[in-house]
Design a protein around this ligand. Structure first.
Ligand code: GAL
Length: 985
């Protein structure tokens, strides 16, 4: 793929910029889109690996795909936070069905690279499979492989081994760049097989770096960005590139660094996580412009938010962080938040919109950055257990609207409009003449007022902290809307009729006025609707949006022979309306919880999807459809007056799913490393004198930092052997772990005590990224005898800090940093042991260096028959590590998708923590006395829903309190009839 063949065409003013390689005109033929002014027209068909070359251009309004306007309505998910590739398809299908046309993913360098030069894209790390699945699902991909990603993952995505290398990360340091190039080469080798431009996949946009504000205006930063740009291009990536600017500083706008003479291949993007308490910001056409103004910093490129908060991450619990659990994130950033903020974004002309997160998933194993716990649910529209939540309603509504109503792809700011108690945005499409009004209520009480529109004064009600979209002059197929107080969601043609769907809040009175130059025949097909034809040739339709589901009104004859079906739905009903394009025509399906796939075979409509509650299924589609096949079963149907095919009976709700009680536990104590006689001769001697860590090495003493000895993830053991300790009074152990770290020490097998990372001083310790402290243990007289002694120390690390500010904070030491003695000055010879070779299936971040992990006690095949039987709740007081194992059988019917979690509960005073292993997979860390997480999602694929599972808990107990486990049980988190076949991982 030669760079010289790439065609960029840069045109000036409001014209389109295009980017493509080769193109349909044959090799070398310029194919970049070059129209002078792009009219409003239908959006491009959903993308696939269709074998055709495509162009990706843009103007100031929107992206232009093959010359057609595309509003990008994208949701973020991270394949690395869902370690079961079959479930990627489940989440992607949910996104596509609910109105997204793109998925944005980070690719985490550390997840794929256990060591320099070693890269793994197999199994749960199969990026190629993810990109194929996204293309098969019909979603564009926004690819964000770093090298730095942040994302609340260990080291912000930097591999552990990078923390032990020379040179400053996120600069143009040659050593760092050589590692970066190695990573990008590996990623791009896969990505270039999936480029939308080439017709081999759906990768549409590609991000280099993330929130890079460390060197925005100096030579270092420019050289670094330029290097990344050129490297990605030279790897054959020919889609537009971009960066995600934190704080809308106007950093890295087009022209701010050297792109090797290429123009038009770079977009400006910025992110935003406004507090739900604040007034939604104007980061585009209504904003101040320039830096800080968001899109205004780059007037020639379309408004682009690569990340806009759709929830927020939750920190650990306890007094310092006070994490409250993700129900709180979902409550504060609820559906109304989404409408208020995202409609404001659209009003500001932000037509590339990615919601971070749309499915948060799980930071399993040692993936989480110190700031977060295992669940990365994020309060997102799709929860960690893959359930679609109430937050989907606005996403679904806006997503389908932007794809099915082209007027929204090109909006200009229009004359200011004022309405009492509301903030109003007024926009118009210069080509179609449609007007759009976003009326936002920033107060807490509902406002009812008259909105002066171009179609006259319209009385609307906007609930507190919510927003409403109102349109006038929209084309509804062959007819024209005068105005509607319900929000348009989609308009399509199915068979011989036009269908327009309007939605609103439950309890709203929808008022719709249709221009009808010739009086039509009107039939209300559901009793709720009322209509009247006035003297000014307007048809007025009024519908209360109740709980009864869909309301249908048929408009026939009049100005056109094509009937128009008007549909009205409250939010809960609207999320069960699914448009779907097939090669033989468009379908609209109403009823199921999810439509995964639709296909027409002659007169048969074959649908697959999920059912949660009892429902009918109704389908509008091409003429002549007469048979409905749902998940392989033909359902009896009738043809309705609205031209749909509808099941005559009800499709039953998902069946009950019974989960077994967990019992039959067996236990085994470990930490033989504490004993003086333990053979550590194969452990690594810790005697280095220099390090690349940012943590200073104490004068004259050895480097004890675990990363310097190749131990990058999880627990690490130290054994220090010494003589000459007569008079020893005290041992001080300095250590550095990240939040919630823990240290336990033994002298000659006798517990000295445990030390937990205390609440740090927010201003100093956190900023330095160290989370370091010193544990001081007095030494009892019996242990001061002459002769050889062994000091054993277990350090639970909580991973590396992110490097958000580009200060190499990921290089702060992890593990012991220094040992000091009072009353004696013994010479200590240290040995260190962490995780053994990375698990070839589960990856390098699955395990740390606990004895049980090194012996495979977490693995399903391990024989524990001679372990001691035990039952929960358990209470014991001791210091150290104990393992508990059991197995359980599940027999969930094959056509039921059950989402299951493991719940641990106990008296929160008890200071212990458990690492949870399901079939050998490290599903996260439970800290009983910190919280807030009690339920851990067990993803199907890792979990055998039809078969036997092995559960192992590695419990670290402090001596200060009694230790559990208390209650341990399986919890049903979601169920649906349908689902997808899941391949065991
Ligand atoms: C953004 C960052 C993301 C993630 C997010 C918070 O600023 O780009 O990677 O860290 O904040 O969840």
């Amino acid at each position: 793929m030669a760079l010289s063949r790439r065609t960029f065409s840069a045109l000036t003013g409001s014209t389109a910029l295009g980017l493509a390689l080769g193109g349909s005109g044959g090799p070398g033929a310029p194919s970049a889109y070059a129209a002078r002014s792009v009219p409003t027209g239908p959006a491009p068909a959903p993308p696939s690996a269709d074998g055709c070359r495509h162009t990706i251009g843009y103007d100031r309004y929107s992206l232009l795909v093959d010359g057609r306007r595309l509003v990008l309505w994208s949701g973020e998910m991270h394949p690395f936070r869902l370690p079961s590739p079959s479930l990627w398809r489940d989440v992607l299908q949910k996104m596509r069905a609910h109105g997204y046309n793109a998925v944005s993913i980070y690719v985490a360098w550390n997840y794929h690279s256990p060591a320099p030069g070693s890269y793994d894209f197999t199994g749960v790390r199969d990026l190629d499979l993810f990109l194929r699945t996204a293309a098969e699902t019909g979603l564009y991909v926004v690819l964000r492989p770093g090298p730095y990603i942040n994302a609340e993952v260990d080291g912000g995505g930097f591999p552990g081994w990078l923390s032990a290398t020379r040179g400053t990360a996120r600069t143009d340091d040659p050593t760092y760049l050589s590692h970066v190039d190695e990573w990008l080469t590996q990623v791009n080798r896969i990505v270039r097989r999936h480029l939308f431009t080439q017709g081999t996949g759906t990768v549409l946009l590609y991000q280099i770096e993330n929130e890079y504000d460390a060197h925005p205006a100096d030579a270092t930063g420019r050289a670094y960005m330029s290097h990344l740009y050129k490297k990605v291009r030279s790897d054959g990536i020919d889609v537009p590139l971009f960066h995600n600017d934190k704080g809308r500083n106007g950093y890295w706008v087009p022209g701010s660094f050297d792109t090797g003479g290429e123009k038009g291949g770079w977009l400006y993007g910025f992110d935003g996580y406004p507090s739900p308490a604040q007034t939604p910001p104007d980061w585009g056409d209504y904003g101040p412009g320039g830096p800080k103004g968001g899109a205004g910093a780059s007037p020639s490129t379309p408004g682009f938010v690569p990340e806009f908060g759709g929830g927020w991450f939750d920190p650990w619990g306890g007094a310092f962080f006070d994490g409250k659990g993700y129900a709180e994130a979902r409550r504060t950033r609820d559906a109304a938040y989404e409408r208020r903020f995202y409609l404001t974004n659209l009003a500001n002309g932000l037509t590339l919109h990615n919601v971070y997160m749309t499915f948060g998933g799980t930071s399993w194993g040692w993936l989480p950055a110190p700031v977060v716990y295992t669940s990365y649910d994020y309060g997102a529209a799709i929860d960690e257990a893959r359930n679609v939540t109430d937050k989907m309603a606005p996403m679904h509504h806006l997503g389908h609207l932007l794809q099915r109503v082209p007027d929204f792809a090109k909006l200009d700011r229009a004359a200011d409009v004022h309405a009492e108690g509301l903030k109003v945005y007024h926009l118009t499409n210069p080509d179609t003449g449609a007007h759009v009004y976003v009326a936002r209520n920033d107060g807490t009480d509902a406002v009812t007022t008259e909105l002066p529109t171009d179609a006259g004064r319209v009385r609307i009600t906007v609930p507190g902290k919510d927003a409403r979209l109102l349109t006038t002059g929209l084309k509804l197929g062959r007819r024209t809307l005068k105005y509607s107080t319900a929000e348009p969601m989609l308009c399509l043609t199915a068979g011989r009729q036009d269908i327009a769907l309007f939605s609103g809040r439950l309890g709203d009175m929808a008022e719709l006025v249709l221009k009808c130059p010739v009086e039509p025949n009107v039939m209300r097909l559901d009793p709720e609707a009322a209509w009247v034809f006035d003297n000014d040739d307007n048809l007025h339709v009024n519908v209360p949006l109740g709980e009864g589901g869909l309301t249908r009104v048929l408009v026939e004859k009049g100005e056109t022979e094509t009937p128009l079906v008007l549909l009205f739905a409250d939010d809960a009903t609207a999320v069960r309306m699914f448009p779907y394009d097939t090669p033989s025509g468009t379908l609209l399906v109403y009823g199921p919880a999810l439509l995964r796939h639709a296909e027409l075979r002659g007169s048969e409509v074959h649908l697959t999807g999920d059912i949660t509650e009892t429902t009918t299924i109704e389908v509008w589609g091409p003429r002549g459809i007469d048979t409905l096949v749902w998940n392989g079963r033909t359902l009896p149907t009738r043809v309705t007056l609205s031209g749909s095919l509808m099941t005559t009976g009800l499709v039953p709700a998902a069946p009950e799913v019974r989960l077994p009680e967990l019992g039959g536990w067996r236990m085994r104590r470990e930490n033989p490393e504490a004993g003086p006689g333990f053979d550590d001769s194969d452990w690594t001697v810790a005697d280095k004198r220099t390090t690349f860590s940012t943590t200073p090495v104490p004068e004259g003493r050895p480097v004890l930092f675990a990363d310097d000895y190749g131990f990058h993830y999880g627990d690490v053991w130290y054994r220090g052997t010494f003589t000459g300790s007569t008079g020893l009074e005290e041992v001080s152990l300095a250590y550095s772990t990240g939040t919630q770290g823990l240290l336990m020490a033994w002298l000659d097998g006798e517990p000295l005590g445990a030390h937990r990372m205390p609440v740090p001083d927010r201003d100093t310790t956190i900023r330095k990224g160290s989370w370091a402290d010193t544990a001081v243990f007095p030494v009892r007289e019996q242990l001061r005898s002459p002769g050889r002694h062994v000091l054993s120390v277990l350090v639970r690390r909580m991973q590396r800090d992110q490097d958000g500010k580009g200060l190499d904070t990921h290089k702060a030491a992890r593990g012991l940093t220094a040992a000091a003695f009072k009353g004696a000055s013994p010479q200590v010879r240290w040995r260190i042991q962490g995780a053994i070779a990375p698990d070839p299936v589960r990856g390098p971040m699955n395990n740390g260096g606990l004895y049980g992990e090194r012996q495979g006690w977490h693995l399903p095949g391990f024989r524990d028959h001679d372990w001691e039987p035990v039952s929960f709740p358990r209470t014991a007081r001791y210091q150290g590590v104990t393992w508990y194992r059991t197995s359980f059988r599940l027999s969930v019917p094959a056509d039921v998708d059950a989402s299951i979690g493991l719940t641990l509960e106990d008296d929160p005073y008890r200071a212990y923590r458990a690492q949870i292993f399901l079939n050998g997979w490290n599903m996260g860390q439970y800290i009983n006395n910190v919280g807030p997480q009690h339920t851990f999602v067990l993803p199907n694929g890792v979990l055998r829903t039809r078969g036997t599972n092995t559960l192992a808990l590695a419990v670290l107990s402090e001596f200060t309190t009694l230790s559990g486990p208390g209650r341990v049980s399986l919890t049903l988190l979601g169920r649906a009839s349908g689902g997808l076949p899941v391949t065991p991982v």
